[in-house]
Design a protein around this ligand. Structure first.
Ligand SMILES: CC(=O)SCCNC(=O)CCNC(=O)[C@H](O)C(C)(C)COP(=O)(O)OP(=O)(O)OC[C@H]1O[C@@H](n2cnc3c(N)ncnc32)[C@H](O)[C@@H]1OP(=O)(O)O
Ligand SMILES: O=C([O-])CC(=O)C(=O)O
Length: 460
C-alpha cells in the first residue's frame, strides 16, 4: 500500500524524475515504533506463555525444532520452504525490481524487503544501489592483507579474516564508545551493515583475483550498475546471462530464518553487542563448515568425480545408483541432500533448476545433476537414515557456476557468504531495534539429565 502511494509521488522536472519516496533509513524510522510497541506489549501481556519445549533427545540432538529464537526477516516451513518476509521465492522473482531487460530480482530489493518487510519501488532500489556503490572501497590495510594471504589459504578463511580487518571502520564501536543511548544502537548497526554489504563484493573479488588469477581488480565500481553486476565485473565476468544468474543466486542465499548455523552464530555473537563485522565474521566461520555452506563446494567436487568415474558419458539410472551407493556404503553423506528442517525439495533448488532449464538445458553437468535428482531420493529413502531424502540449495548452484566459467570450487562458499551477509545483518539490525538481550541459554550436564529423568519432576 505504502509503496503504491509513494510511487505516485514522482515529480517530472526538466525531463528527469525526482523521487519523493523515503530512503531505506527514513522508511525504517517510520516503521520501527509500531513494531517496538507490538513486541513490548507481547512481552508484557503474554510473556509467560509457552511456545516450545525441549526434550532430552532435542537437547542432545542439535535443538532441532525447539522454538526459542525470534527472527523477523524470514521463516522456514518444512514442506513449503523459505518465505522472505512472507514472500515465497517465485513471489520474490515476480515482485522485486529487476535490472533493465532482466528477469531475475536485484539483491538490493531483497535487502530492502528483509529490512523493512516491504517490496521496494524501482527508484528506491536504484537509490539503494547508488548508496551501496558510494559506500564501497576498501581501506589499504585490507587490500594489502588479502594480497599477502597464501594461495593455499581457503577463500572462506580469507573472507572471515578480511571482514574482521574491516572492523576498524565500525561506526557502532565509535557510537558505543561515545556513550550513545541503547535505543539508537540500531542506527550505527545499520550503517555498519550497509557498509560491510557494500564492501563485500570487492573483498570477495579480490580474494578471487588474488587466489586464482594472480591479478588485481580492474573494474572500478560504477554507480549506474547494480551491486551484483559490479561484483561480477570485479570478478572479471561481463556476460548478461551470468549477471542474471548471480542476481538470482545472491537473492536466494540471503536468509533461511534464524536457526541455521550462520544466522544463529551472527545473532549470538551480536547479542554480546559485538558489531556487524565481528558478528558476520563469526557467522562466516560457521558457513564454512561442510554440513552447512561448504556443501556447495563438496557437491560439485562429488558430482564431477562421479562424472569422471562414469567415463564422462550418459549412463543408466542403475549404473548411476550403484556408483552413489558405493559412497554411501563407505559411510559418506551424499552432499547437497538432506536438511535439518526441510522435508521436501528446497525451493531454492527448484528455482536454480528452472534457470538451468531455461538457459543451459543441454549442459552435460546439468543433465547429470538432473539424473542425480531422479535417483537419490529413492536411494536415501532405502538407506533409511536421513529424515529428508530431497536436495537442498547446495545441490544445484555449482553446476550453474561451472557452466558460466566460474570453475574454482573452493570459492563457491564465498559467493554464498556475500549473499548471506544481507540476511544475517538485516536480522542484526532488528536485534538492535528490538533491544534483544545477550543470549545465554541454560546448559545441563549428562549427570543432571540422568538424575532429572529419574526424578518426580520429569514425570509431570
Ligand atoms: C545451506 C545448507 O546448509 S543446506 C545443507 C547442506 N549440507 C549438506 O548438503 C550435507 C549433506 N547433508 C547432511 O549432512 C544432513 O542432511 C544435514 C547436515 C543437512 C542435516 O542434518 P540432520 O538434521 O542431522 O539430518 P538427519 O536428521 O536427516 O540425519 C539423520 C542421519 O541421516 C544421515 N544423513 C542426513 N543426510 C544425509 C545425506 N545427504 N547422505 C547420507 N546420510 C545422510 C545423517 O548423517 C544422520 O546419520 P547418523 O544418524 O549416522 O548421524
Ligand atoms: O536452514 C538451514 O539449517 C541450512 C540452510 O539451508 C541455510 O542456512 O541456508
Amino acid at each position: 500500500m505504502f509503496a503504491r502511494l509513494a510511487r505516485t509521488n514522482y515529480l517530472k522536472n526538466s525531463g528527469r524524475y525526482f523521487s519523493t519516496e523515503p530512503t531505506l533509513k527514513e522508511r525504517l524510522i517510520q516503521i520501527i515504533p509500531a513494531k517496538q510497541e507490538q513486541v513490548k506489549q507481547l512481552k508484557t501481556e503474554h510473556g509467560d506463555k509457552i511456545i516450545g519445549t525441549c526434550t532430552v533427545a532435542q537437547a542432545y540432538g542439535g535443538m532441532r525444532s525447539v522454538k526459542s529464537l525470534v527472527t523477523e526477516t524470514s521463516s522456514l516451513d518444512p514442506e513449503e520452504g523459505i518465505r522472505f518476509r512472507g514472500l515465497t521465492i517465485p513471489e520474490c522473482q515476480e515482485r522485486l525490481p529487476k535490472a533493465p531487460g532482466g528477469a531475475e530480482p536485484l539483491p538490493e530489493g531483497i535487502l530492502w524487503l528483509l529490512l523493512t518487510g516491504e517490496v521496494p519501488s524501482e527508484s528506491q532500489v536504484k537509490t539503494l544501489s547508488k548508496d551501496l556503490a558510494k559506500r564501497a572501497g576498501l581501506p589499504k590495510h585490507v587490500t594489502s592483507m588479502i594480497k599477502a594471504f597464501p594461495k593455499e589459504m581457503h577463500p572462506m578463511s580469507q573472507l572471515a579474516a578480511a571482514i574482521l580487518a574491516l572492523q576498524s571502520g565500525s561506526k557502532f564501536v565509535e557510537a558505543y564508545n561515545s556513550g550513545v543511548k541503547k535505543d539508537k544502537y540500531w542506527e550505527s548497526t545499520l550503517e555498519d551493515s550497509l557498509d560491510v554489504i557494500a564492501k563485500l563484493p570487492e573483498v570477495a573479488a579480490l580474494i578471487y583475483q588474488n587466489t586464482y588469477k594472480n591479478g588485481d581488480i580492474t573494474h572500478k565500481i560504477d554507480e549506474n550498475l547494480d551491486w551484483s553486476a559490479n561484483f561480477t565485473r570485479m570478478m572479471g565476468y561481463s556476460s548478461k546471462e551470468f549477471d542474471e544468474l548471480m542476481r538470482l543466486y545472491l537473492t536466494i542465499h540471503t536468509d533461511h530464518e534464524g536457526g541455521n548455523v550462520s544466522a544463529h552464530t551472527t545473532h549470538l555473537v551480536g547479542s554480546a553487542l559485538s558489531d556487524s563485522y565481528l558478528s558476520l565474521s563469526a557467522g562466516m566461520c560457521g558457513l564454512a563448515g561442510p554440513l552447512h555452506g561448504l556443501a556447495n563446494q563438496e557437491v560439485l567436487s562429488w558430482t564431477m568425480n562421479l562424472q569422471e568415474k562414469l567415463g564422462n558419458k550418459q549412463v543408466s539410472n542403475e549404473v548411476l545408483s550403484d556408483a552413489i551407493w558405493e559412497g554411501l556404503n563407505a559411510g559418506r553423506v551424499v552432499p547437497g541432500f538432506g536438511h535439518a528442517v526441510l522435508r521436501k525439495t528446497d525451493p531454492r533448488y527448484t528455482c536454480q533448476r528452472e534457470f538451468a532449464l531455461k538457459h543451459l538445458p543441454n549442459d552435460p553437468l546439468f543433465k547429470l545433476v538432473s539424473q542425480i535428482y531422479d535417483v537419490v531420493p529413492d536411494i536415501l529413502t532405502k538407506h533409511g537414515k536421513t529424515k529428508n531424502p530431497f536436495p537442498n540449495v547446495d545441490a544445484h548452484s555449482g553446476c550453474l557456476l561451472q557452466y558460466y566459467g566460474l570453475k574454482e570450487h573452493n570459492f563457491y562458499t564465498v559467493l554464498f557468504g556475500v549473499s548471506r551477509a544481507i540476511g544475517v545483518l538485516s536480522s542484526l539490525v532488528w536485534d538492535r531495534v528490538l533491544g534483544h538481550p545477550i543470549e545465554r541459554p541454560k546448559s545441563v550436564t549428562t549427570e543432571w539429565i540422568s538424575s532429572f529423568v529419574n526424578s518426580d519432576q520429569s514425570k509431570k
